[in-house]
Design a protein around this ligand. Structure first.
Ligand code: AMP
Length: 418
């Protein structure tokens, strides 16, 4: 399937070619015709599947064909997304795919002065990308009128719920015209989100890709069994591999993230943390430094990192193992995006063994244990893990084959060569 087979107009095809997109991803292939047919859509997809383009491309095409004279007077499309990072990324997507169209979009989010945002709104926009808090704030101040909205996109609905934004979202929805097209995206469908989708969608078409329990096939995964006290040294050791140019390291806590940054700093490895205690500006700066290659490692907590879209992110390291197994899937989905290959490795200590077992059960995968590294776990012996469908994986944390035993590739097994 090619993009031109999806009946896209020439200026959009040209922009996609410039972006280097050759074929639509599965969600794009399925969602674009539905949106162009002006149907409501329920999309179960996480970031990394190409879902932004799946709604941005047909929206641009619809607006281009429906609004011959472009006065930019009223906002016609509203995209509601939970975080500033996602809002900016969606804005960049509209800029890229709509480069040859004369449509205007703007992005608004909290944590920064509102002046530049209200000026952009006053100049007129067709497409508004917003986080819920700032949107409500500017609506209350009279800068935004949603009466002419013909397409509404709710992005990452489950995350809105996680972050406590669901009431704000409902307040925004209450102000939208009833007659509209609605596109609803969520990686998971907890009951409250299911209910919300039923109340705001009309006879939706459902599109589902990469169910939450499936890890991206293009990501090769490994695990190091290690004592908690040795994780710091193990990270330094793993990062001696210079082919790891851009790595996202996950910790469970904000404090843990700051500590890893300090430890890496001492070891001469450039790193910054991104988490909820940092100001919006500090988070954005860290993300930009990471994207531009000024720092090698970005240390993140789950809430801060979900949705981070960094092209060429080759590695994810789970410095600490998440308690909720689905979080593992979300974490490693940050690499191997849209068909690129990536690597994910996890550091598991004795206390995290149960969480690791839960991850193996959820993903029903055999994740190879890296053997022969200099910090093998000493706490326990052989651990037998039973997987569903009679699959069994035997982990031998102590079976150290000898460091530097000719095995140059640190990430062994599971391995597709990069
Ligand atoms: P998303 O799931 O929207 O966060 O997109 C994930 C990444 O995939 C982004 O970096 C997009 O630029 C990229 N992408 C989206 N669609 C395609 C495509 N058809 N071909 C190649 N890359 C894509």
């Amino acid at each position: 399937m090619t993009f031109s087979e999806l009946n896209l107009i020439a200026p959009i095809l040209q922009a996609l070619e410039k972006e280097g997109y050759k074929n639509p991803t599965p969600i794009q292939e399925q969602a674009i015709p539905i949106v162009l047919a002006r149907r409501d859509l329920l999309g179960c997809a996480q970031t990394g599947t190409g879902k932004t383009a799946a709604f941005a491309i047909p929206i641009l095409q619809i607006l281009h064909s429906e609004h011959a004279e472009r006065t930019h007077k009223n906002i016609k499309v509203l995209i509601l997304t939970p975080t500033r990072e996602l809002a900016i990324q969606i804005g960049e997507s509209f800029a890229a795919y709509g480069a040859h169209l004369r449509l205007k979009h703007t992005v608004i989010f909290g944590g920064v002065p509102q002046g530049a945002q209200t000026q952009a709104l006053n100049r007129g926009v067709d497409i508004l990308i917003a986080t819920p808090g700032r949107l409500l704030d500017l609506m209350n101040q009279g800068y935004i009128n949603l009466k002419e909205i013909s397409i509404f996109v709710l992005d990452e609905a489950d995350r809105m719920l996680d972050m406590g934004f669901i009431h704000d979202v409902k307040r925004v929805i209450a102000k939208l015209p009833h007659q509209r097209q609605t596109l609803f995206f969520s990686a998971t469908m907890p009951p409250e989100i299911q209910k919300l989708s039923e109340t705001i969608l009309t006879k939706p078409e459902k599109v589902e890709v990469t169910p939450a329990a499936t890890t991206a096939e293009t990501v090769s995964q490994t695990v190091y069994m290690v004592d908690k006290k040795d994780k710091k040294q193990l990270l330094n050791f793993v990062l001696q591999d210079k082919s790891i140019t851009r790595v996202l390291v996950f910790t469970r806590t904000k404090h843990g993230a700051d500590k890893v940054v300090k430890d890496l700093d001492k070891a001469g490895i450039s790193a910054e943390a991104i988490h909820g205690n940092k100001s919006q500006n500090a988070r954005q700066r860290a993300l930009n430094n990471f994207k531009e290659g000024k720092i090698r490692a970005l240390i993140a907590t789950d809430i801060a990192a979900r949705g981070i879209d960094v092209d060429l992110l080759s590695h994810v390291i789970n410095y600490e193992i998440p308690e909720v197994p689905e979080t593992y899937v979300h974490r490693i989905g940050r690499t191997g995006r849209a068909g690129a290959s990536g690597m994910a490795t996890s550091f598991v200590d004795d206390e995290e063994m149960q969480d690791w077992r839960n991850i193996l059960k959820l993903t029903a995968q055999k994740i190879p244990v890296v053997e022969g590294h200099p910090y093998p776990r000493t706490a326990s012996g052989q651990v037998q893990i039973n997987l569903p469908k009679n699959k069994e994986v035997v982990h031998r944390p102590n079976a150290v084959a000898g460091f530097n035993s000719g095995n140059k590739r640190r990430f062994t097994g599971g391995g597709r060569a990069r």
